[in-house]
Write a protein that binds this ligand. Structure first.
Ligand SMILES: NC(=O)c1ccc[n+]([C@@H]2O[C@H](COP(=O)([O-])OP(=O)(O)OC[C@H]3O[C@@H](n4cnc5c(N)ncnc54)[C@H](OP(=O)(O)O)[C@@H]3O)[C@@H](O)[C@H]2O)c1
Length: 271
């Protein structure tokens, strides 16, 4: 499929993009690269100060307009609040990046934690896809990116519920990719391996030197994800992770891979 050029990008996915979970890490990097592509931005997260600092930086550096929305995406009414605050904007791209990721034995977490994980990782992307997808279909162009994770390629011990929520995002994006592709709307799931975001680094065991190992930079993940938009239903950033995914999904048995994931996670988190 033909790659989208820099000059085509804002025509196809602009004039505004909304990034849910934009205050730091990967979300802030999505915002920065989209501003570089000349898209105006709506940035959503809970930490207003971080959003506002990023907004003024992007406004100065890229001469784009930026609106910030301070919001907990776990709220039932998150989509109606966003709908109200973006009613006057023509949003051509939705990036759903926010996530809750609880790590540890399933029953060591309170049930409410798992329920919040489903609210932020599944219900909110579903409701925002429904909201903005309909608007995009009316204007016959647009794009939707849902963040998934390689941990969702099979069951993943110690992140069992998180991995299940990420599988939901991948499967939703893939189905919609086929449904909407002939109507001008490109849907893409990004199945990423480890990314060295502040959240990921903070989740590593508190040893003197937190080892980010083979984690990709947020910059690389966003470059490869934006390049994948309009090219297919999903992207796996990083050649090493595409290879690992091939080996784990095609050459090894599911049972073996789940057991291996359990061993790796227990060693990593000293469980
Ligand atoms: N990092 C990795 O290794 C990795 C690997 C594979 C996939 N992924 C996926 O990539 C995405 C980003 O990863 P990350 O965890 O490293 O995070 P991140 O992009 O560094 O930050 C998460 C963002 O989501 C926001 N957020 C979290 N909970 C929220 C809530 N309830 N309401 C509103 N905003 C909320 C945070 O802002 P506030 O705290 O200000 O609200 C922050 O801006 C996630 O979807 C994750 O599943 C990450």
């Amino acid at each position: 499929m033909k790659h989208i050029t820099a000059s085509e990008f804002p025509l196809r996915y602009g004039p505004w993009a909304l990034v849910a979970g934009a205050s730091e890490g990967l979300g802030a990097e999505f915002a920065t690269q989209l501003a570089h592509h000349k898209l105006n931005l709506v940035l959503v997260a809970r930490r207003k100060e971080l959003l506002d600092t990023l907004a003024s930086k992007l406004t100065q550096e890229y001469a784009v307009e930026v609106r910030t929305i301070e919001l907990d995406l776990a709220q039932d009414d998150a989509d109606s609040i966003i709908a109200e605050q973006t009613d006057d904007l023509d949003i051509g791209l939705l990036v759903y990046n926010a996530a809750v990721s609880l790590i540890g034995p399933f029953f060591a977490q309170p049930l409410q934690g798992h329920v919040s994980e489903v609210a932020v990782n599944c219900r909110a992307p579903l409701t925002l896809v429904y909201l903005f997808g309909q608007r995009m279909l009316k204007r016959k162009r647009g794009g939707i990116i849902l963040m998934s994770s390689l941990s969702s390629a099979q069951g993943s011990p110690l992140v069992a519920n998180y991995a299940a929520t990420k599988a939901y995002n991948k499967i939703l994006a893939e189905g919609l990719w086929e449904e909407l592709r002939t109507q001008g709307v490109d849907v893409l799931a990004c199945s990423a391996g480890p990314i060295s975001t502040p959240n990921y680094i903070a989740s590593l065991p508190d040893t003197p030197k937190r080892n980010t190992g083979m984690a990709l930079s947020a910059y690389t993940v966003v470059v490869e994800t934006l390049a994948g938009l309009g090219q297919g239903p999903f992207v796996i950033p990083g050649r090493q992770y595409r290879l690992a995914n091939f080996v784990m999904q095609r050459l090894l048995s599911t049972r073996f891979v789940i057991t291996l994931m359990g061993r790796v996670m227990r060693r990593m988190y000293h469980e």
